[in-house]
Every structure is written in C-alpha cells, then in structure tokens.
Design a protein around this ligand. Structure first.
Ligand code: SF4
Length: 368
C-alpha cells in the first residue's frame, strides 16, 4: 500500500488534480515519442518492453525489441526456447539476469496459468524478475489497473513538482495514486515517465516546455535541479581480472558460467580475479588449474579493457595461453567447449568477452 504523503504535498495534488491530469495527458498526446512498444499494448509485449527498459535506455531497447519479439512472438514461444537462445537475443544489453528471469517467468506462466499473464500488480510481483515498478507498469499499461509505476524518472518529476528533497518510493507512489485517472492509468503513468525522460531530465530540465510548469514548486523556487537531493554513492571496488585465450587446432577454449553465478549461462574466456600479492599471469595459471583442471603457460597480452558493472569495476586483460599439462574438465563452470569461429560468434557472451572474441576470431581463421 502506498505510504502517507507529507502533509504539505497533499493540497497541491488535491486542489489541482484535474488540471495536472489534463495538462500532462494533453502534452503526452502531442509530444510522445513513437516508440515501438507503444503501438501494441498486449500484455506479453508490454512485459518484454518493461523488463528491457528496467536498466537499458529506450534508444538501445529499440534496437533489440522487434528482433526479440520476432524470435519469441508469444509467451509460449519464449517458454519453449532454450535459455541459450534467449541470452543470445539479449547479448549486448547487459544485466543478463533479466533475460534468465524473463525466461523462467514465461515457463511459470505457461505451466501454471495457461500462458496468460496475471492482471493484478500483486500477482505479477510473484513472478520472477517482476518488482514493484514493472508490476505497476504492466498492470496499468496492459490491463488498465489504476496502480502507480514509479521509476527514477517519475520519482524525479514528483520530487520537483512537490519540492520534496528525498521522497521514499512509497511517498512517490502515494503522490501518483492521488493523480491517477481511473479511465487512463496506463497513459498517465507512461506520460509521467516520458516527462522525466525528455523534459524534466536530471540536469538542465526544460521547464519552459513543461506542461506542469504552472504547478511546479521546484520551478517556482528557481532551482529545480536541487530536487531530489543526490544520494551519496560509495566508490565502486575495482578488480584486476585475467582471461585465457587458449587455441588448439583452430578452436578456442570457452567456459560457460554456472547458472547461479553473475552472468550465469553466458560463455566466457576462462580466467578470474588477481588476488593480493599475485601477478596477473600467476592468477591466470591458478584459475585455469582450479576452474578447468589444466596447467598453462601464459604468453603475450592481447588486449586490456575497462568495464563497470553495477557494484564493481574491472580491468580485464586477455592473454594468449598454451596448455602444458592436463585434460580440460569443468571444475568450477557449467560446461566447456572448443569453439571455431562460427561457434564463437553464435554463443551468448557478455560485452567484455565479446570484445575479446573480436580479437580472437581472426586468430582462429588463420590457425593451422
Ligand atoms: S517545471 Fe521543470 S522542474 Fe517542474 S516538473 Fe516541469 S521540467 Fe520538472
């Protein structure tokens, strides 16, 4: 249930409710970007779009959405597909846990509900990968349920409208619930997100183009960017990671990550983190022994790249390696394979491994 709003927020929402609704919806009808997922609000399509949009910009999602629906046009098709095919369709969008949970939820919907998504936000939230925001978005957009859908954009717009420095999600949900029209909750939620994404941006909001300018307390104070107050973010930990490029008979060794691990189900060049006091080369020799049961000689560095995940950053160096002893076995991975150039391009990989693969592919083609 939405929590109680600060007292000073209620009068604006209640006395100007109709004017706020009308101004926002009219603006949305005029200015909404023609995004592909707005053309068809069938529940499956809305759900796929909302999961993609959880951590990916709309411009990037546009490049994936149509192709994903072409490969998996229905919830049944998604449920029946191998996880590897789903991860491949997701490759490059990052946050692969979303794809695994989407796939698992599709299987649950087919097995338990005959392929129909639940209509209520509470029931949607019981599915894998559907949190508070996604449940609200699917329930309101696909089923017309009058429930809020609060993402970062909506939080920012409402914080500024009401001049709240640090509203909780519950408070923002309560504020949106005050304004949601019963007849168009999906349009209203989408309009609010669109306002945050295109006009009321974190920096340099374009108040002169905003349909809520006449009502907005932060704008009236002359410093909208002060709301909401920025959250202090601790520095991300940094790790140095080494990966092995081990080529034999024109094929390169790949390991598949275990399903329960981060990036589970994706394929990678085997390796791991450097520990304190270790060189990168020593770390790689140790990891190959622990992970794949082989001893390797570490040769030249092929490339080094930087990458930031949500909770840490890495500097990854890929080394050419040569096996000197042992038969490859999977000790700490789900599977392994010796990949030729075609397999290398076909398997799903995270962005960092895909960049290594681009350097490795010509080496395979030129290998004896
Ligand atoms: S008037 Fe400015 S600060 Fe207020 S909601 Fe509109 S864009 Fe955001």
């Amino acid at each position: 249930m939405p929590s109680k709003l600060p007292d000073e927020a209620l009068p604006l929402l209640r006395t100007r409710r109709e004017a706020l609704r009308e101004a926002l919806l009219r603006w949305f009808e005029r200015e909404a970007r023609p995004l592909p997922w707005r053309r068809d609000r069938t529940p499956y399509r809305v759900w796929v779009a909302e999961v993609m949009l959880q951590q990916t910009q709309a411009e990037t999602v546009k490049r994936y959405y149509a192709d994903f629906l072409r490969r998996f046009p229905t919830v049944e098709a998604l449920a029946a597909a191998p996880l590897e095919a789903v991860l491949k369709a997701w490759e490059g969008m990052g946050y692969y846990r979303r794809a695994r949970l989407l796939h698992r939820a599709a299987q649950q919907i087919v097995a338990e509900q005959g392929g129909a998504l639940p209509q209520e936000a509470e029931a949607l939230r019981r599915l894998p990968g559907i949190g508070r925001y996604t449940a609200g978005a699917v329930a309101s957009l696909a089923f017309g349920q009058p429930v809020p859908a609060v993402d970062g954009n909506v939080r920012r717009v409402m914080a500024r409208l009401l001049a709240l420095p640090a509203p909780t999600t519950g408070e923002v949900e309560a504020a949106v619930a005050e304004l949601l029209p019963d007849d168009r909750p999906g349009d209203f939620n989408e309009a609010l997100m669109e306002l945050g994404a295109t006009i009321c941006r974190p920096r340099s909001p374009e108040c002169r183009r905003c349909p809520w300018r006449a009502f907005c307390r932060a704008h009236r104070q002359g410093a909208p960017e002060r709301y909401p107050a920025p959250k202090g973010r601790p520095a991300l930990p940094h790790y140095e990671v080494a990966a092995a490029v081990l080529i034999e008979a024109g094929r390169v060794l790949l390991a598949q990550r275990r399903p329960e691990d981060m990036l589970g189900g994706l394929w990678e060049f085997p390796g791991g983190k450097r520990e304190a006091g270790e060189s990168l080369e020593a770390a790689l020799r140790r990891e190959l022994q622990e992970e794949m049961a082989i001893q390797v000689e570490v040769g030249e560095a092929l490339l080094t790249l930087e990458h930031a995940y949500t909770h840490f950053r890495i500097t990854l160096t890929a080394f050419r390696c040569r096996r000197v002893a042992g038969e490859v076995r999977c000790l700490e991975c789900a599977d392994f394979r010796w990949a030729d150039a075609a397999t290398l391009s076909a398997v799903p990989m995270a962005a960092t491994d895909r960049r290594i693969a681009q350097v490795v592919a010509p080496l395979l083609e030129n290998a004896p």
